[in-house]
Design a protein around this ligand. Structure first.
Ligand SMILES: Nc1ncnc2c1ncn2[C@@H]1O[C@H](COP(=O)(O)OP(=O)(O)OP(=O)(O)O)[C@@H](O)[C@H]1O
Length: 169
């Protein structure tokens, strides 16, 4: 894993029950040691798979615990030392963003990045001497171009996202 300030990792989830019932075929494979993904075009055996390299790759048998220790742990350590850090999950619906970020309590290895980060931060605070920490938390969702406050009593829309007419950000 390099020391760039922005790291991109890819995680592949297993086929779900619906996909298994439909006899879907896995078109993605990974060489996790080389951090490479290979995507085959179904029905095109003669074509070589498309190949992509990331800062990290996590296949169906790998856990959120592994991902956290390799990717998030160093970043959260930096945060407790006063550096800024951001982790976000990006992917189409059903791709496993909530599974990775929020996770499940059983098995414990699949506990999500968010609860792991909270435990990590508060353990570091407990162990620190002569340092005051201020922890602020908010929980927002951007869904259909609307920003919602998930900690609010009602899921109130607090902003609507807008695109800049020129640079489209
Ligand atoms: N690595 C994984 N191992 C096992 N199951 C997984 C994994 N990733 C995702 N899943 C399962 O796949 C399904 C879809 O995952 P999830 O709800 O996390 O997707 P999502 O990207 O958050 O979707 P949406 O954008 O619609 O909220 C869930 O049933 C989840 O338990």
């Amino acid at each position: 894993m390099g020391s760039e300030s922005v790291k991109v990792v890819a995680r592949c989830r297993p086929l779900d029950d619906r996909e298994k019932t439909l006899c879907c075929k896995m078109v993605l494979s990974m060489d996790v040691h080389r951090c490479q993904c290979f995507i085959e075009k179904p029905g095109a055996q003669d074509e070589p798979p498309k190949q992509f390299t990331f800062d990290g790759t996590y296949y169906i048998n790998q856990t959120t615990e592994q991902l956290y220790n390799e990717i998030a742990y160093p970043l959260i350590e930096g945060v407790t030392e006063g550096y800024n850090g951001t982790i976000f999950a990006y992917g189409q619906t059903g791709s496993g963003k909530s599974f990775t970020m929020q996770g499940v309590s059983e098995p414990a290895t699949q506990k999500g990045v968010i609860p792991r980060a909270f435990e990590h931060i508060f353990e570091s605070i407990q162990c620190a001497e002569n340092t005051k920490f201020l922890v602020r938390a908010s929980y927002l969702e951007i869904y259909n171009e609307e920003v919602r406050d998930l900690l609010g009593i009602k899921k109130k829309i607090i902003f609507e996202t807008r695109r800049h007419p020129i640079c489209s950000l």
